[in-house]
Design a protein around this ligand. Structure first.
Ligand code: NAD
Length: 454
């Protein structure tokens, strides 16, 4: 497998992929090692993960450089991701013991009753490339703390990062027969699905997620999916500072070059502030620095792969062909690497791909709406259900909108954020099940009910 730097199109490294036989061998190895890991106390496993938390900091320069080289993420954002991953790990270190402890339901009397949380066993963690530390940590950290063995498949676009994660977990004390990285593309994932695992945890696109869910359905084990989104942001006409809201929306659209599951993908603005919002958004976008992701001044780097560039240009072309007005960007930037000028399209409607299909890039349509009812109708008109944001002076007014939306997360006066203490879950085509929060600890264990008489 060839690892390519998306900013330069140069080959970083050639790397051997797993084969069907090697995936099977890794499965056997972890199956054999998991029971001993599960037999350790929760606090012993937490101590191991605490060393991994430290290792991420000690090696942050090399980790950030690798992440930027293979994904094109601006260097500062690679450091941000590492810091974000560490604070999520810290949350798991602080909270896991409480949620994994046995619970006495009836502590006295003739029949006592308690719940004990046991690991699922050996699980697959099939992961995405866009935030490999963050989305990986959501799964393999609580899985390991819960006593599971993990077969971790990093995306083929963040393989070197996946190998760093494996190396640092081993160095921290996770045994090799408890955690194994499976290296390769979709086929390596398929071989992983063929193993009789005790749970399948996937982060990636709806298309692959649905395929995995269908494939493993008959095994009747947990299958959890964190998928894409088409997340809306609505600006009400009572906002205090339009420039500030435009800045927040812009960051929500272009951070990580829009390659975030919860990126802002469509914007609705109420008539009274529409013109001011659009002009502020475009002006601020024009000032953003696009370029070499290793340059500390760079805010927007390349896309991760060439196919994505063509896909986004196609969405913009479709919108313009159907009457959309391109106010800025939407073209390939003439330099080496997969660079696109972030696009802003107005006069958009829901007959356009730009407003309906996940973009996963720095392109956005901005649509004018009359009132909250029209905004709710448009925001809800999607197959996805990850997040939705409302900007308004009034929480009560915003809440009326947020209550009506079928999404796992809602934001008032913020967007594109994830918190370790809150469940991260998509509805409809955005996923199944939750990571993070106490639910994301319990997702990797199963309850055993004890009835104790005498
Ligand atoms: P993807 O679906 O292309 O790939 C994800 C993983 O699945 C990769 O490791 C890939 O090798 C593997 N895979 C591909 N085909 C497979 C198969 N047939 N069997 C088993 N595994 C297979 O997604 P991607 O491009 O890596 O990530 C982008 C998508 O992920 C976007 O839709 C984004 O919104 C979503 N995402 C969601 C979240 C979330 O938390 N909800 C987080 C990050 C990314």
């Amino acid at each position: 497998m060839t690892i390519i730097n998306p900013a330069t199109e140069e080959i970083i490294q050639e790397i051997g992929e797993d084969t069907e036989a090697s995936v099977q061998e890794k499965y056997r190895k972890v199956r054999a090692g998991q029971a001993a890991w599960a037999a350790l106390s929760v606090s012993a496993r937490i101590d191991v993960i605490a060393r991994f938390y430290e290792a991420l900091d000690v090696e942050k320069d090399v980790l950030a450089a690798t992440l930027t080289a293979e994904t094109g993420k601006p260097l500062q954002q690679s450091y941000n991701e590492l810091n974000g991953a560490r604070s999520r790990i810290q949350w798991f270190l602080d909270h896991s013991a409480r949620w994994l402890a046995e619970e006495w339901v009836t502590a006295a009397g003739a029949t006592r009753e308690k719940i004990v949380y046991e690991p699922l066993g050996v699980i697959a963690n099939i992961s995405a490339w866009n935030y490999p530390y963050l989305v990986g940590v959501n799964v393999f950290i609580p899985a390991l703390i819960g006593g599971n063995g993990v077969l971790y498949k990093p995306s083929e676009y963040s393989t070197l990062t996946g190998l760093h994660i494996q190396r640092l977990l081993y160095r921290s004390g996770v045994p090799e027969n408890v955690f194994q990285a499976v290296i390769g593309k979709g086929m390596a994932g398929e071989w992983l699905l063929q193993q009789p695992l005790d749970g399948y945890f996937f982060t990636g696109s709806y298309r692959t997620g649905r395929h995995i869910a269908e494939k493993v359905a008959s095994r009747l084990v947990p299958c959890q999916l964190e998928l894409g989104g088409k997340d809306p942001l609505y600006v009400m006409d009572d906002v205090e500072d339009v420039d500030k809201v435009a800045a927040a929306a812009l960051e929500g659209v272009v951070y990580n070059n829009g390659q975030s599951c919860c990126a802002v993908e469509r914007i609705y603005v109420q008539e009274g502030v529409y013109d001011a919002f659009v002009s502020s958004y475009v002006q601020q976008l024009k000032k953003m620095v696009i370029g070499d992701p290793l340059d500390p001044a760079t805010e927007i780097g390349p896309l991760s792969r060439p196919a994505q560039l063509e896909f986004l240009l196609g969405q913009v072309e479709d919108a313009v062909g159907k009457g959309g007005k391109l106010l800025y960007g939407g073209q390939r930037i003439d330099r080496k690497g997969y660079f696109i000028a972030p696009a802003v399209v107005v006069d958009v409607h829901h007959g356009m791909k730009l407003m309906m299909d996940e973009s996963f890039g720095p392109v956005v349509g901005i649509q004018k709406v009359k009132d909250d009812a029209e905004a709710v109708g448009l925001m809800a008109d999607t197959e996805y259900g990850l997040t939705a944001a409302v900007y308004s002076r009034s929480f009560e007014r915003a809440e009326q909108v947020m209550k009506q939306l079928n999404t796992g997360t809602v934001y008032w006066n913020c967007c594109d954020r994830v918190s370790a203490g809150l469940p991260w879950s998509g509805r409809k085509h955005s996923g199944l099940g939750s990571t993070l929060s106490y639910q994301g600890i319990r997702a990797f264990v199963q309850p055993k009910a004890y009835h104790i008489r005498g």
